[in-house]
Design a protein around this ligand. Structure first.
Ligand SMILES: *Cc1c(COP(=O)(O)O)cnc(C)c1O
Length: 435
């Protein structure tokens, strides 16, 4: 299969090249020429994530060197579960899809691990002696997931840039606890500064001579494809048990996670409605309301990993669907910080569930569904473990959130990071080893 740029259907590459490049040379995002089609029965007998992953992703790798190693890549990437947990005391059948059982307790571990595993196979086929340098700007969760996924892989070095003081304490710990081939830069600036520095680094002639730069950005197709897998797995589980389609509510920012669900549905998985829960950043809900695409500055909210004013995956959606089709594909509901707080406080009592601020947006959307809708089978997507955001959650619920073992292990490691000013010159000299 070939993939092409959203900005030029003539620019076509196979999967390895799309993963290695991240973004197309014309600035577009890679999308498949055509989505493969499955029926639920094609997955009969497959119950484990790595097996479903191999089957689902295989058509995308057809004709590409990754094809012969895809099973290995999937076993490497999907080495932790995505359980579907039944919610009790809800008006209709409702479930939580827990995507936070990976090394850094957020769903981004799935994409980052698949990207690392496939980049490794791509890199090992090449005869270059130079190490790859991956630059990541992060507002909190991506940097930790990428650091964990690439840690101690001998062919690569990673530089993580995050804004000093603008991530949670535990996120900062997860960004800076690695050492070895991971370098963490605490940037005296905002997330936008971090992103700009990464862009400038890619355009810098001096770094081009000394470094082989790559990115692990969330628009990389190598992060999207694996995210389809837990939608396939959970919807098949529900379909096998009840014969019903699964309707999903997905906490969304850049739309990578929701995009994967929409593709999985278009590929024939038993998925019904896809509802996006956003925070106060209303770019998507406003667009679905009046058809005008108005990207804007992001607003800071309690669900900070979703503070996106210009969701980049919208380019993929709008390349795939007309506006009228899009209205049939998705709905979006914007949730305020006040609603997030009240929902966390309420559901710890009524459901015995502790939500992270992002997952709370999905729960709030669920409780606001009309009664007729609530009788359907809903899956609330839990994108992060609440212990990662204990500084927000614990004061609201008046109790401690127990820490999952993977996170607890990271919390004991010493922090290793370098503070830099928000200018390319500082980053460049750090990367080149001159001070
Ligand atoms: C990144 C992130 C989101 C938003 O996901 P998108 O793919 O950008 O829409 C939601 N919740 C958490 C916890 C995240 O880390």
């Amino acid at each position: 299969m070939f993939l092409h740029s959203t900005r030029n259907p003539e620019h076509r590459v196979t999967l390895s090249d799309a993963i290695a490049q991240g973004i197309a040379p014309d600035g577009g995002l890679y999308v498949p020429d055509e989505l493969p089609r499955f029926s639920p029965n094609d997955f009969t007998g497959l119950t484990e994530l790595p097996d479903i992953a191999s089957k689902l992703i295989a058509p995308f790798a057809e004709g590409d060197p990754l094809s012969s190693v895809l099973d290995e890549v999937c076993r490497d990437a999907f080495n932790f579960p995505a359980p579907l947990v039944t919610l009790n005391d809800t008006p209709g059948p409702a479930f939580v899809l827990e995507l936070f059982h990976g090394p850094t307790s957020a769903f981004k571990d799935f994409g980052a691990r698949f990207l690392a595993a496939s980049m490794e196979r791509i890199r090992l086929r090449q005869t270059t002696a130079r190490k790859l340098t991956i630059l990541v700007a992060t507002s909190g969760d991506t940097g930790g997931a990428v650091a964990a996924a690439f840690h101690r892989r001998p062919w690569v070095e990673v530089a993580v840039l995050y804004p000093t003081g603008l991530v949670s304490q535990r996120q900062a710990q997860q960004l800076s606890c690695w050492g070895d081939n991971i370098r963490t830069f605490s940037v005296h600036g905002t997330f936008d500064d971090c992103q700009r520095m990464v862009k400038e680094a890619f355009a810098d002639p001096a770094l081009a001579i000394t470094h082989d730069l790559s990115s692990a950005n969330s628009i990389n197709i190598g992060r999207l494809l694996p995210q389809m897998v837990y939608y396939a797995h959970s919807s098949l589980t529900l379909w096998r048990a009840t014969g019903q389609s699964a309707n999903f509510i997905i906490p969304s920012g850049n739309l990578g996670n929701a995009m994967a669900c929409i593709w999985a549905r278009a590929m024939g998985l038993p998925i019904g409605e896809v509802t996006l829960a956003t925070n106060a950043n209303r770019t998507i809900s406003d667009f679905l309301h009046d058809g005008e695409w108005r990207p804007r500055q992001s607003l800071p909210t309690l669900a900070s990993a979703m503070d996106v004013g210009n969701p980049s995956n919208m380019e993929r959606l709008r390349a795939t669907f007309s506006f009228d089709e899009l209205l049939k594909q998705i709905t979006a509901v914007s949730i305020s910080d006040e609603q997030i707080k009240a929902r966390i406080q309420h559901d710890v009592q009524s459901l015995k569930q502790i939500w992270c601020p992002h997952t709370a947006t999905a729960a709030e959307v669920y409780w606001n569904l009309p009664a007729a809708q609530q009788s359907k089978h809903w899956i609330l997507v839990a994108t992060a473990h609440p212990a990662k955001f204990n500084d927000i959650v614990e004061p609201l619920i008046g109790q401690e959130v127990s820490v999952p073992p993977a996170l607890a292990a990271l919390l004991t490691l010493p922090r290793q990071e370098t503070e830099i000013e928000p200018q390319l010159s500082g980053l460049r000299s750090q990367l080149q080893g001159v001070s």
